[in-house]
Design a protein around this ligand. Structure first.
Ligand code: NAD
Length: 517
């Protein structure tokens, strides 16, 4: 890692050039950076609202060219043996590693995460490239026992085509890397449509990957930066894109899922969460406090896995509340590039208005703000939208608690038993992440059992956020049901083929059917 980046006024943007980012950038890459004719997007840092670059956005025409190039390159790429594809992915990972410091800074600058979390996200890109490299030698199929004499059966996995990748602002690099590193390894090409709030991150990542792939393979990492109604829509309806992996709000998933299904495309949806930690009476409260603060306050509450609900046994709720109020009040709100800051800005003013609305609604519905609840002003960052980490004590599940507000608001509710903790944990439309703090192995196992948490992620004595890439990541219900990253998530990027070979001299039929013999 290079020298720590400290605050400087005006903000020092000189490092962007090292990532190939200029003052004005093309918003479409199809192997070469196109001269796009879309509107100019002014990119502002959430830190202080200042301009950090411009992007000439892609049009539907640019989209069509990128899709065509990605598809044509896929037709050649799929012929390469998996381990050879893995070698390219390994080298892309080396490029991420070499640029980790710069990438982390860019994430901080463009998405507003504190620098530590920006560096963590850059590390996740390295990790998934390493994982995908190993995977390139492990795209295992099956051999299956055939019921027929002298027949063999097997199941194999083949490359699928172009993987469309729609990403949210809050993980501007890692979500693409989770998808793209696996997709490339699986023999697919990628076509990325990033959030318009974080386009520079997508340009930097595309440049790094394209440089490794070289001219011959660069269209495998195609990029289109443009409006949803234009390039987003084109992707959803594009028959050259058999898989659309979309990360973002449930609102977006409701549009993407049915649209892609309409043309029998496959979608991988990673949508909103409403994650709870249950704290039982026998829990280690020191651990619970630390996990809750990181889970609720980290990334200023803008992670899909952010802890939004704390379900606390009535015997310890007052004690835990007192400790958390103290800890929340001590979290330093400020410029995310300042090493002491723990809470950076929200992505924009609209998000801060969402925070104001949720706090007011919770109070109107019977909740009591016990810490935070207000906007914060940060010296030198007037144009940023900063808010205080907030805890609302609720008598029970209020209607607002069922909604995901992308801000650092923690709703704290009393529970009286493990059964109640599980019932309340599951009593929301979303199903991403959950955890229980307890010293009782029976309670822990019950939480993880079929009758326990209904979420895609269920943890014991660690919080809801900060997943490792080795496991399959995703959630149920309105979170969309998709799984990406580790375990066998790679299978969604491939097509499965079942083959039966008759190596004998007769033609027995399955199920013993006699047909005209
Ligand atoms: P968003 O839904 O506003 O946007 C996400 C992406 O979808 C953007 O690229 C956007 O341009 C695109 N999009 C929106 N409507 C579209 C349409 N009609 N056609 C094509 N593309 C469209 O979300 P956001 O504000 O960027 O991110 C925050 C949300 O993302 C939260 O709900 C959070 O929980 C969720 N998220 C989920 C995960 C996960 O893995 N489950 C990870 C990160 C973020």
């Amino acid at each position: 890692m290079g020298a720590p980046w400290t605050m400087a006024r005006p903000m020092d943007l000189s490092f962007l050039a090292q990532l190939g980012i200029g003052k004005t950038n093309s918003g479409a890459f199809d192997g070469t950076w196109r001269k796009t004719k879309g509107e100019q997007l002014v990119v502002r840092s959430p830190i202080d609202g200042s301009e950090i670059g411009r992007v000439q956005m892609a049009t539907a025409q640019d989209y069509a060219a990128a899709s065509k190039a990605a598809h044509a390159t896929f037709l050649r790429w799929r012929e390469l043996p998996g381990p050879k594809r893995g070698e390219f992915v390994r080298q892309i990972g080396v490029a991420f590693r070499a640029n980790k410091d710069l990438l982390g800074r860019l994430i901080s600058l463009e998405a507003g995460k504190i620098l530590q979390e920006g560096l963590g996200e850059a590390q996740e890109c390295v990790d998934i490239a390493d994982f995908a490299t190993g995977l390139s030698r492990q795209l295992y199929g099956l051999t299956i026992a055939s019921e027929r004499q002298d027949h063999s059966m097997r199941e194999t996995w083949h490359p699928l085509g172009t993987c469309g990748i729609i990403t949210a602002f809050n993980f501007p690099m890692a979500v693409w890397a989770w998808n793209a590193m696996l997709a490339l390894t699986c023999g697919d090409s990628c076509l990325w449509k990033p959030s318009l709030k974080t386009p520079l991150s997508s340009i930097a990542m595309t440049k790094l990957a394209a440089a490794v792939l070289g001219k011959q393979w660069a269209p495998l990492v195609a990029l289109v930066i443009g409006p949803d109604a234009d390039v987003g829509s084109a992707m959803l309806d594009d028959p050259l894109v058999p898989l659309v992996s979309a990360t973002g709000s449930t609102r977006m998933g409701r549009i993407v899922g049915p649209r892609v299904a309409q043309r029998f495309g496959r979608s991988l949806l990673e949508l909103g969460g409403n994650n709870a930690i249950a704290v039982m009476a026998d829990a280690d409260l020191d651990l619970a406090v630390r996990a809750t603060v990181f889970g609720a306050v980290g990334t200023a509450g803008q992670r899909c896995t952010t802890t939004r609900r704390l379900l606390v046994h009535e015997q310890v709720i007052d004690d835990l509340q007192a400790r958390l109020v103290k800890a929340f009040a001590q979290c330093k709100i400020g410029n995310p590039l300042d090493q002491k800051t723990l809470v950076g800005p929200l992505i924009d003013e609209a998000s801060a208005k969402g925070f104001d609305h949720a706090v007011a609604t919770a109070a109107a519905q019977g909740g009591k703000v016990v810490v935070g609840g207000k906007r914060a002003s940060v010296k030198g960052c007037k144009g940023g939208a900063y808010v205080q980490p907030t805890i609302v004590r609720c008598p029970s599940m209020l209607p607002i608690v069922r909604e995901e507000t992308f801000a650092p608001i923690l709703y704290m509710l009393p529970i009286r038993s493990l059964d109640e903790a599980i019932a309340v944990n599951n009593d929301v439309p979303q199903g991403l992440s959950s955890s229980i703090f307890t010293a009782d192995v029976r309670a822990a196992e019950r939480f993880l059992a079929a009758t326990g948490s209904d979420c895609g992620i269920a943890n014991v004595n660690i919080g809801t956020s900060g997943a490792e890439i080795g496991g399959a990541f995703g959630g149920e219900k309105e979170t969309g049901g998709g799984r990406e990253s580790g375990s066998d998530s790679w299978k969604v990027y491939m097509r499965r083929q079942t083959s039966t070979v008759n190596w004998g001299t007769s033609l027995p039929l399955a199920q013993g059917i006699q047909f005209g013999d």
